[in-house]
Design a protein around this ligand. Structure first.
Ligand code: GLN
Length: 197
């Protein structure tokens, strides 16, 4: 059976996710309403502006249904702003978050060095490094006990390691944008989670 993946399409680069998923032979569609959410076997929360995505999700009545689906085990991939929306808190002011991923996220974490950059990143479970595109990206400031760190970067100022790819059960999140390169392996990791579930 064809896997049906709902991509939250309130703001941000949801079209790039749709294109990549369709290229993988998946039935990918836009989600803007709780009804559209129901048809999904898996979900993607794209990059964009996390405050905007969170506020629109609240206005569209999607925050609680999204949280319920993810807590019930529906696999989800959050990229960049999507990681922030999945998280429990940020190091900054409160904003609407789902709180399903037990992490504290620092928004625009690379801002002190460079706003946007690309790097080859080793990700646990993938044979070759991923060419990672970071755009005003977050990193994770604190991880909860149940969160597996699949990739991290070193803060050049402090030498501390900061997670940028994490998995917690059915939740996969990246600080970078796998949908912007031709490399489908992160999306395939999420699709493998559908097979597991
Ligand atoms: N800076 C954005 C935020 O904090 C995330 C950027 C992105 O998704 N590329 O919401």
């Amino acid at each position: 059976m064809t896997v049906r993946v709902g991509v939250l399409a309130l703001q941000g680069d949801f079209r790039e996710h749709l294109a990549m998923l369709r290229g993988l032979g998946v039935d990918a569609f836009e989600v803007r309403t709780p009804e559209e959410l129901e048809a999904a076997d898996a979900l993607v929360i794209p990059g964009g502006e996390s405050t905007t995505i969170g506020r629109l999700a609240r206005i569209y009545g999607l925050l609680d249904p999204l949280r319920a689906r993810i807590e019930a085990g529906t696999p989800v991939l959050g990229t960049c702003a999507g990681m922030i929306v999945l998280g429990a808190a940020t190091t900054g002011p409160d904003q609407p978050q789902l709180g399903v991923l037990d992490v504290v996220v620092e928004r625009n974490a690379f801002g002190r060095q460079v706003d946007s950059f690309e790097a080859d990143l080793a990700v646990a479970g993938l044979d070759r490094p991923v060419h990672a595109v970071f755009i005003r990206a977050p990193w994770i400031a604190k991880v909860g006990a149940g969160v597996e760190v699949l990739a991290a970067v070193t803060d050049p100022e402090t030498g501390e390691q900061h997670p940028v790819v994490v998995r917690q059960g059915n939740i996969l999140a990246t600080s970078f944008h796998p949908e912007l390169t031709g490399d489908t392996r992160v999306h395939e990791m999420m699709l493998a989670m559908v097979e597991e579930s």
